[in-house]
Design a protein around this ligand. Structure first.
Ligand code: NGO
Length: 502
């Protein structure tokens, strides 16, 4: 890839169609053919590698119908088989990097740790014919062109956000999102768990949050919530896909569902009616009441205890009903609560006006205010609305979505660079990128898929791939080759007229 062309109509090898584009890839002569008796060898036969081999076998078995036994490397010859190895993996490729060598005789995947093996498995899947993703048995042959890939990510934070507050999506839907995100090497799933229209996680010490606050959704649609067991299951499932779950409890604004559940959280002491519209900026926790901070300590405490990852997102956006001085004081107090619970605070860009710890992370979405956080030593997640918001309509005919940040076609979502957004936020201050999917207009997993794909693949590439050597003109050719893959995965994707789908 770095040293081969990708011109339109050229004989496209699998290596040239990978998304995200690998840091280095070079084709070689010949092909590897996966045969019915192939095994997956692991070295060492550690629990991690056996689980990863099982994951790979599960992906390959439905279409191939092959048994694909998982065996310790020293119990099967290399020939005809797939090796997954952390022994001998190159630490220079980093925690998420990997090396994949495909030769006619065998496939070998090395990494310093399990995350690299997992991402290398995604590359291997993408090298096989698209029909490999089918859940029904397919004809094959299961061949992949020989070559070498040495690959590692550009950014450590490659995220997607799902708003389960405006409309609720159940555990199985979220698991599907996790699997599709993993296919494009995303490593963060930010769950927007609370908003004016719904509170979606049981908090044992404040049970009405989910019971009352979880009952509603936009447009009077059915609500719903996760039990703590559901949430723990999602966190563990994400972890098994090397994705860190980032829970968001949005405060002090976007809190009507909580305020409706507990009158004492209101300055007036009176609970508002539940809210099912899509306006923003009208609700606020009562900054001056001590019970607000007891509430936050309880909620943050339970969410922190349930969350294996290091991050806790506190929202902080559009607190238009909280005076600016109160807002700053509130965020600083909340930062101490999050810190005391052992987590790193993430918040929407508005938190940058407060005094922040350098480990706190603003998420830029609509302005350049995050530069105030960068001046304090913080690193930023970039989620510009006019590039990464997956809820923006593709064009004026799009049946779903909003368009306050403009129409976001597939090219808009791909053809930009994080460091070009704000002059005062250089690449060294950027932790990574994230694509938020807000759900005001979405009802089903089919809706989620339509808005996320194919734009999310482009955001994933911006997060993973070096800028050098890639461009919209060649990306659109690679993306065209992903149509059959997305179809085989059963994804309801938007067939953008900007792409000559094959
Ligand atoms: C804004 C707002 C959300 C909306 C979304 C719709 C942020 C950070 N706050 O983004 O409440 O759902 O736009 O696009």
């Amino acid at each position: 890839m770095t040293n081969s062309t990708n011109a339109a109509g050229a004989n496209q090898t699998g290596l040239q169609n990978l998304i995200p584009r690998p840091a280095y890839a070079a084709p070689a002569a010949g092909k590897f053919r996966l045969a019915p008796q192939a095994a997956i060898r692991v070295d060492p036969p550690s629990a991690d590698l056996v689980a990863l081999a099982g994951y790979l076998a599960d992906r390959l078995r439905p279409a191939t119908g092959y048994a694909l036994a998982v065996v310790p490397a020293d119990q099967a010859p290399a020939g005809g088989n797939i090796l997954l190895a952390t022994s001998g993996g190159d630490p220079a490729l980093g925690e998420e990097g990997y090396e994949l060598i495909v030769e006619p005789a065998a496939v070998r995947l090395w990494a310093a740790g399990p995350a690299g093996i997992f991402w290398g498995i995604q590359t291997f899947r993408q090298l096989l014919p698209p029909a490999i993703e089918s859940l029904q048995s397919q004809a094959g042959p299961w061949e992949i062109p020989a070559g070498v890939v040495r690959d590692w990510p550009r950014f450590g934070w490659r995220g997607v956000m799902l708003d389960v507050a405006r409309h609720f999506f159940g555990v199985e839907d979220v698991k599907r999102c996790i699997d599709l995100a993993a296919y494009y090497k995303l490593n963060r799933l930010h769950l927007h768990l609370t908003d004016d229209q719904g509170w979606r996680l049981v908090i044992e010490s404040w049970p009405e949050l989910a019971r009352t606050g979880g009952a509603t959704a936009v447009g009077g649609d059915p609500g719903g919530y996760y039990t703590q067991a559901d949430y723990a299951e999602l966190a563990a499932y994400a972890q098994s896909r090397f994705i860190t779950l980032v829970p968001e409890i949005d405060v002090p604004g976007h809190t009507n569902a909580a305020l409706a559940a507990y009158p004492e959280l209101n300055c007036s002491g009176i609970a508002p009616e539940p809210y099912t519209g899509i306006e923003v900026g009208f609700s606020s926790l009562c900054i001056s009441k001590e019970i607000t901070y007891r509430f936050l300590d309880d909620v943050i405490g339970e969410v922190a205890a349930l969350t294996p990852g290091p991050y806790l997102h506190i929202g902080g956006d559009e607190a238009k009903s909280t005076p600016p001085a109160d807002y700053v004081q509130f965020i600083e107090r909340l930062q101490s609560i999050v810190q005391a619970r052992g987590k790193l605070m993430v918040g929407w860009e508005e938190i940058s006006t407060a005094s922040l710890l350098p480990s706190s992370i603003p998420q830029a979405w609509a302005s350049d205010v995050s530069k105030k956080a960068v001046q304090q030593g913080c690193k930023v997640i970039v989620s510009p609305g006019n590039r990464t918001y997956l809820d923006m309509m593709y064009d004026e005919n799009c049946p779903l979505g909003l368009h306050w940040a403009g129409y976001v076609e597939v090219r808009d979502a791909y053809d930009w660079a994080p460091a070009d957004l704000v002059p005062d936020i250089p690449e060294s201050a950027i932790l990574g990128v994230e694509a938020p999917l807000w759900s005001e207009t979405l009802h089903t997993i089919r809706d989620i898929e339509f808005m996320a794909f194919p734009r999310l693949a482009g955001i994933a590439e911006i997060g993973w791939s070096p800028a050098a050597g890639r461009s919209w003109d060649e990306y659109r050719l690679r993306l065209a080759q992903h149509g059959p893959r997305l179809s085989a995965l059963g994804v309801n994707f938007y067939r953008s007229p900007q792409i000559d789908w094959i």
